[in-house]
Design a protein around this ligand. Structure first.
Ligand SMILES: [Zn+2]
Length: 402
């Protein structure tokens, strides 16, 4: 019951627990969460908060997993995107930070602040950060899974030393995003075997992470930024002053693309597989005065074998989905960054329920728009308007189904 109250709070983008409080005694809301007709009131928001703190994370995660698994069985993801592959983007997400309140799972950093008298002071700032996996698609984006970055006291001991003398040593630093993301992607692939390719930013362009992906049977499309580091250094060297290997005009996107491609690079000590590099220079056809933007990506596994250079560029650029329809929208429209409660387990339970709400609404709108035969590419933009309408119609909605 509490879980469904929070689920609907997420679905209806109720801004805070204070805003949820009056709803808990409204008849339509009680109907929605399946309270018996004679019930006067569900419970207080304090109870909701307490329940979230002890909520079993596996069970609450199972709601989202079941939803995605069902969509998969119904062949929603069958077409995939470019190359008929299914893609998840991975990135770090920091929903909030605080200078005052903290919990055992908070990460800590020192930040400089300017006082009113102009003096500069250094204070501790507490924050939570998660590695998030999002299924990205041409038609819609869905939250798949997330994993917190753990503070040093909660990290499992790290093996150190050579093979024979390996000892487990207590970590002396908060966990990095790559460590949490590695746990995350293993679980994602274990749960959703049909996912093919991971898309990520330059932080992930390293041998150990590529090795993890290869062992899981996942392909990768990863941003390359540092010209002095492998494999980009080698690729730039090979391309030298060569003319583009391919020039394409994309009439729909109003872009002209110049592409350079090289396959089978083996320049990373820590990765045994072959790496493909693609560079794309993008000219905007409608704004010839604008300087072109240049992108470089590496591709491995299935993504390197199945995609053309142009598609590698397209998928690497599609990484903005996780920042835009994911993080940006969750913050500006869904207010997931509002600190409903501050507790390690409570926060994770809350986000799981909110993600389930986000996914449900996305899938619902996708199937609706599709069945009306309209252009279903605009699902994420439609969501906010739809939720506003739904909030207004909530009383009817809840009564009409009785
Ligand atoms: Zn905390």
């Amino acid at each position: 019951m509490v879980a469904s109250a929070v689920f609907f709070a997420g679905l209806l983008r109720i801004r805070s627990f204070n805003a949820l409080e009056p709803r808990l005694s409204e008849k339509p809301f009680l109907r929605l969460v399946d309270m018996p007709g004679e019930a006067e009131r569900m419970c207080s928001v304090d109870t909701v908060g307490r329940a979230l703190r002890v909520m079993d994370l596996d069970s609450v995660r199972a709601i989202s997993v079941a939803m995605l698994a069902k969509a998969e069985r119904n062949k929603v993801f069958r077409e995939g995107w470019h190359g008929a592959l299914r893609y998840v983007a991975i990135d770090g997400w920091e929903p909030f930070s605080s200078r005052h309140r903290h919990c055992p799972e908070c990460l800590v950093r020192r930040v400089r602040i300017k006082a009113q008298d102009g003096s500069v002071d250094e204070v501790e700032e507490y924050y939570h950060r998660y590695a998030v996996a999002m299924l990205i698609d041409e038609r819609f984006d869905l939250a798949v899974d997330f994993e917190p970055l753990l503070p040093k006291d909660l990290r499992p001991p790290v093996p150190r030393g050579r093979a024979k003398t390996t000892r487990l040593i207590k970590a002396d630093e908060d966990e990095g995003e790559l460590t949490a993301a590695t746990r995350l992607i293993k679980r994602v692939k274990q749960t959703f075997g049909w996912i093919d390719v991971v898309i990520a930013d330059a932080l992930y362009a390293n041998g150990p992470f590529l090795t993890v992906l290869e062992r899981l049977g996942l392909g990768a499309v990863i941003t390359l930024r540092k010209e002095g580091e492998e494999p980009l250094r080698e690729a730039l060297h090979l391309w030298g002053e060569e003319a583009p290997h391919e020039v394409v005009e994309d009439a729909k996107a109003r872009e002209r693309l110049e592409l350079w491609d090289c396959t089978d690079l083996q320049t990373l000590m820590s990765y045994e597989g072959k790496i493909r590099c693609v560079r794309g220079r993008v000219f905007k056809l409608d704004r010839p005065e604008k300087r072109p933007s240049t992108w470089c990506f590496l591709a491995t596994g299935l993504a390197a074998r199945r995609l053309s250079a142009r598609k590698v560029l397209a998928m690497g650029r599609a990484r903005w989905h996780i920042e835009n329809t994911g993080f940006h929208q969750w913050t500006t429209r869904w207010r997931f960054d509002h600190v409903f409660l501050h507790h390690p387990n409570g926060l994770r339970a809350l986000f799981w329920l909110f993600f389930a709400a986000f996914n449900l609404l996305t899938l619902f709108l996708y199937t609706q728009l599709k069945s009306y035969g309209r252009d279903a590419t605009d699902v994420t933009r439609t969501i906010s308007r739809f939720v506003d309408e739904m909030l207004e119609e909530l009383p009817q909605l809840a009564w009409d189904t009785s």
